[in-house]
Structure formats: structure tokens, C-alpha cells
Design a protein around this ligand. Structure first.
Ligand SMILES: [Mn+2]
Length: 333
């Protein structure tokens, strides 16, 4: 494994020198920075939760993920990569307007633009899932509609709630309508739970998405999932979105719309590691609702661990980009 010749400009505080519970809370104890020079990846909070149809509380998600992420260590043993070697900062929170999803998604698109213009990979901490529309707008503004890999208990392709178009169950439909998301280059995996109607199962497929329901996902070996994703997204620009409700509520009870019968964190980790080699343009972890979490902050802990896996995917892709600039191909370790 080639060693980076230059030390990253921004790194976390060394936990062997200063205990993890000391200092001002930032994502993974990385520096709080609002400049893009020398930054590879920025963790960005979006504390918006009034797109929820049931439990609110995800406005406190970024804060909870930051606190739980103080445990993260640099080395990812399975992918053999230092997740912070890409120079990671905490950008802080984007401006939002509680109660106004329409203005908020516009603010998210605007707020992410300077990062994307500078080639910084955003890792967004939600926030409810309506914020994804703002992220997809920002990515599409760079170079047209993007693909998406989504792990979620719900397809989020419903049309409206209470006559409102922007809710946490609708961002994928809105994104397709707006032309910022290409469903034919997108995978939605992990769906389960009761639905409003039999047609709910078919709707995302009719829109062009590749859908892997929860049972079908669990029947796939990680490598099979990785191959499936690679075949759908091909070589185009693709974002990754993680809704913690894809996990079983035993592991992630603090979320907006829990569904029983979900994945274990370990199963998710293995599926994510099978995506190593894909150069995602951005990531998010959404729907962490701390008011419903356990006293041990289980959901926030799992969300921080998933964020570590996403950092690792980004680090692997960046390493390949610098050492093999012409190749973006799938290369599972
Ligand atoms: Mn969702």
C-alpha cells in the first residue's frame, strides 16, 4: 500500500495524546474549518427534521453523530486504509429553515456548491431524508443528473403527504421529476415493512429504479451486491445515501419511521465494504433522531460507525484516483 508522501492538512486530534471526551465536539474530532483548500472530505450537518411524517427529532442528529464519532479511529482494517489521510474537516451545519422544506432544500443545494466546486467530497449528517433533494440538486448542478445508491427501509418515492410535495418520503420522486437524479443508474436496497397499497412495491421500479427488497438483499452475498451496484451505476457520477432505518430498530431505535425486520450493523458493514473501489461523489447518513435513542445512544453510535465505513470508501477511491488516474473500475479487496 503506497504511503502518502504529504501529510494531510487536516487531521483529527490524536486520541493517544488527548482523551476522546475532551475538546469541542466536531465530527471525529476533526478541525472545524470553513475553507476548502487542502480539504478532501467535509462532514456537513443538516439539522432539519420538519419533513418527517411521524417522529421528529432528527434536527439533533448531526450533534448526536458528532458526539458518537469521537470514538472513531483512523485505520480501517478490512479495507486497509487510513480514513483521515484524505484530509477531513467538520464544515459545521448548513443554514436551514425549520418548517420550510422548500427553502431548506434550496439552502442545502446552495450550501454544498462551494464544496463541490472545490472538489471536496461532502459527507452529510442529517436531518430527515427530505434533505437528500438538496444534495442531489447540488451534485446535478456540477454535471447533470446523477446516480444514487440508497440503503433504506422505504423507497421514498411517494408523491405527497397531506397535500405537501416535500416530505421525507418523497425526495426520490421529486429528484426524478426535477431531472437531478437518473433512476436507471440508481439502486434502492433494504425495503421492508407494511405499505399503503400493493402498488407501492411497483412504483419505484416503474420509475426506473433498481429495487432490492430487504429479504432479497439478505439473500445476496456482499460481493453479489457489489456487482449488482456496479452494473447499475456503471461509470457515471453516483451519490451514496444511508437511512438508518434500514437497520433493525433493535440497533437503531432513534429514527423517524422505524420498521422491524431490518439489517444488522454487521451485515450493512459487509455490503458497504463490497462497494470499495466505487468513487462516490458524496455521502449522507440521515434520520438519526436522538430523542428516541437509547440511554447508550445506540443509533448515533451505529450512524458514526457507518460514517466511518463511508470515509473508508472515499479514502479507497481517492487512493485509486491518485495512483491510477485513468481507472475508476470496481476493485474489491
Ligand atoms: Mn428514507
Amino acid at each position: 500500500m503506497p504511503k502518502a508522501s504529504l501529510a494531510p492538512r487536516y487531521q483529527p486530534v490524536d486520541a493517544l495524546n488527548a482523551p476522546r471526551y475532551t475538546g469541542v465536539r466536531t465530527f471525529a474530532r476533526c478541525p472545524a474549518v470553513r475553507a476548502t483548500e487542502g480539504v478532501g472530505l467535509a462532514a456537513v450537518g443538516v439539522p432539519f427534521d420538519t419533513g418527517t411524517s411521524y417522529r421528529a427529532g432528527a434536527r439533533f442528529g448531526p450533534e448526536a453523530i458528532r458526539s458518537a464519532s469521537t470514538l472513531l479511529r483512523p485505520w480501517h482494517p478490512q479495507l486497509e486504509v487510513d480514513v483521515f489521510a484524505q484530509s477531513v474537516v467538520d464544515w459545521g451545519d448548513l443554514a436551514i429553515v425549520p418548517g420550510n422544506a422548500r427553502r431548506t432544500v434550496a439552502q442545502i443545494a446552495e450550501g454544498l456548491a462551494p464544496l463541490l466546486d472545490a472538489g471536496v467530497t461532502p459527507l452529510v449528517m442529517g436531518g430527515d431524508h427530505s434533505i437528500l433533494l438538496g444534495e442531489l440538486r447540488a451534485h446535478a448542478a456540477v454535471d447533470g443528473p446523477v446516480g444514487l445508491v440508497l440503503l433504506d427501509a422505504h423507497a421514498d418515492t411517494w408523491d405527497h403527504y397531506y397535500g405537501e410535495q416535500l416530505f421525507h418520503g418523497t425526495p426520490l420522486r421529486r429528484a426524478v421529476e426535477e431531472g437531478v437524479l437518473d433512476p436507471t443508474r440508481s439502486v434502492i436496497a433494504g425495503l421492508r415493512g407494511p405499505l399503503y397499497d400493493a402498488a407501492d412495491v411497483d412504483a419505484p421500479r416503474e420509475m426506473g429504479f433498481t429495487v432490492v427488497e430487504g429479504d432479497a438483499l439478505l439473500a445476496l452475498a456482499p460481493q453479489q451486491f457489489g456487482d449488482l451496484v456496479q452494473n447499475v451505476i456503471r461509470d457515471g457520477r453516483t451519490m451514496f445515501s444511508f437511512d438508518v432505518d434500514v437497520l433493525d430498530p433493535a440497533f437503531a431505535p432513534g429514527t423517524g419511521t422505524p420498521e422491524i425486520g431490518g439489517l444488522t450493523p454487521h451485515a450493512v458493514q459487509r455490503y458497504l465494504r463490497a462497494l470499495a473501489g466505487i468513487d462516490f461523489i458524496g455521502f449522507d447518513v440521515v434520520e438519526v433522531s436522538p430523542p428516541y435513542d437509547t440511554p447508550g445512544q445506540t443509533t448515533a453510535l451505529v450512524a458514526a460507525g457507518i460514517a466511518h465505513e463511508l470515509l473508508a470508501l472515499s479514502a479507497v477511491a481517492r487512493g485509486q484516483r491518485s495512483s491510477q488516474p485513468t481507472r475508476s473500475a470496481h476493485a474489491n479487496p
